[in-house]
Design a protein around this ligand. Structure first.
Ligand code: FES
Ligand SMILES: [Fe+2]
Length: 430
């Protein structure tokens, strides 16, 4: 008797434990590309990275090289970086401003909307305008929420709003921290390569059980209070936002502190212009915003916002992932932006301690799961003390694995229901 693929995932993913092969199997990785990365909505970039008409920036969706462009008319496009002639990479620079791209191999030229505009020696094709159907591949669906640009290789499916669901509110919370209601991603990205499966990174982003141990040294050196937020006595919660999204909601702790800018480990006296601008924009609501601070949210499958930093996860192989990191900027808040950049350099920069600590754990984790016995990873922490909040969402304690269990529920659904036939249907980029 043969087992179907769905039955196979059923056997590998249980509510409180997952099988080690999910992190190591090249076949499962290939299947994930089809069922998740080339099908669901994936975060690509931010509109502020292509602020001017004809700006472009190179990005990725899974292993695919994508160029995010802004047309002369201001519209955002996601193009595949592959010449329609013989497949050469068309765009070489990481970012720039150009209304067109010229392939270096035989000089075919494309508009930044993807249309083919010309090719040298047209007589070979019977004249000009004979290859109009050829252009750069396009990501079929592009949608923007609060300036965050998402792409989906599936021409049909849930809308971005449906995909984001409850996680949309976390992006709303983030942009509220700007006196102009917008964030900007202009600090430039660092790329950190980890010899680990992408899911280990995604799971870790809202794992509140590890910080006290993995990040003990930076917390003690910096005399930071962050560790206590993830302690056994913390009133913070881990929330399963549905759709594979999750957050560490630290607001209960910050409300207890009741100090404007306490979330940032500072006081309003240190950032007086920012606080004044916020009070001017938000009126009475400013106090709540200044106390509660920024979200700590993982948006499935690849966008992680850790208060003042943005991470994207790029899977390359079952055991190879690149994490792209940058500091978030708040539009209209130069005073804050300088500090957020400095803090980001210390935590996730080339010599930053936080990301180095985590990467060490990802790689040790990957090496460990490749061992044959025991086969399973345990994710039961906090099962017996979960509850449902006023929004109907499952919450656990600050150190519980509620987020992981939500991640795997959604993962299993994508891998088992409405499967895309490999290589033939909507999921395959073309
Ligand atoms: S491969 Fe691009 S022009 Fe030939
Ligand atoms: Fe960490």
């Amino acid at each position: 008797m043969t087992t179907t693929i769905a039955e196979r995932y059923d056997a590998l993913i249980e509510p409180e434990r997952v099988h080690g092969s999910l992190y190591t199997s090249p076949e499962i990785f290939a299947d994930e590309l089809e069922q998740i990365w080339y099908r669901t909505w994936v975060y690509v970039g931010h509109v502020s990275e292509i602020a001017q008409p004809n700006d472009y920036v190179r990005k990725t969706i899974g292993p695919q090289d994508v160029v995010m462009t802004r047309g002369a008319d201001g519209e955002v496009h996601l193009l595949l970086n592959r010449c329609a002639h013989r497949g050469n990479l068309v765009c070489e620079a990481d970012a720039g401003n150009s209304s067109s791209f010229r392939c270096p191999y035989h000089g075919w030229t494309y508009r930044n909307t993807g249309d083919l505009v010309g090719y040298p020696f047209p007589q070979g094709y019977g004249g000009r305008g004979k290859l109009d159907e050829l252009g750069l591949g396009r990501v079929p669906r592009v949608a923007v929420y609060q300036g965050f640009v998402f792409g989906s290789f599936a021409p049909d499916g849930p809308s971005l709003a449906e995909h984001l669901g409850e996680a949309a509110g976390e992006l709303d919370r983030l942009v509220r921290l700007s006196p102009q209601g917008e964030v900007e991603i202009t600090a430039g990205f660092l790329k950190h390569r980890a010899r680990a499966n992408w899911k280990l990174l995604a799971e870790n982003e809202t794992d509140g059980y590890h910080p006290q141990f993995v990040h003990q040294s930076i917390f003690s050196v910096a005399e930071s209070g962050i560790g206590a937020l993830y302690g056994e006595k913390s009133t913070a919660v881990t929330r399963d936002l549905g759709g594979g999204h999750s957050e560490n909601d630290l607001r209960p702790e910050f409300r207890r502190l009741a100090a404007p800018m306490g979330w940032f480990g500072t006081t309003e006296k240190k950032v007086p212009h920012y606080v004044a601008a916020m009070r001017e924009r938000h009126g009475d609501a400013a106090e709540e915003i200044l106390v509660e601070g920024a979200p700590h949210v993982m948006i499935f499958p690849n966008l992680f916002i850790a208060e003042i930093q943005l991470f994207t996860i790029q899977p390359l192989a079952a055991d190879l992932t690149v994490q792209h990191v940058t500091a978030i900027g708040l539009k209209g808040a130069p005073e804050m932006n300088t500090r957020m950049l400095q803090q980001s350099i210390g935590s996730v920069g080339p010599a930053g301690l936080l990301l180095a600590d985590d990467t060490e754990m990802y790689e040790r984790n990957q090496a460990g799961v490749a061992e044959l016995r025991p086969e399973w990873l345990d994710i039961r922490r906090g099962v017996g003390r979960e509850s449902v909040d006023e929004r109907g969402l499952t919450i656990g304690g600050a150190t519980d694995e509620t987020a992981m269990r939500g991640f795997w529920r959604h993962y299993k659904r994508l891998m088992t229901t409405d499967r895309v036939a490999a290589g033939t249907a909507a999921g395959t980029p073309r």
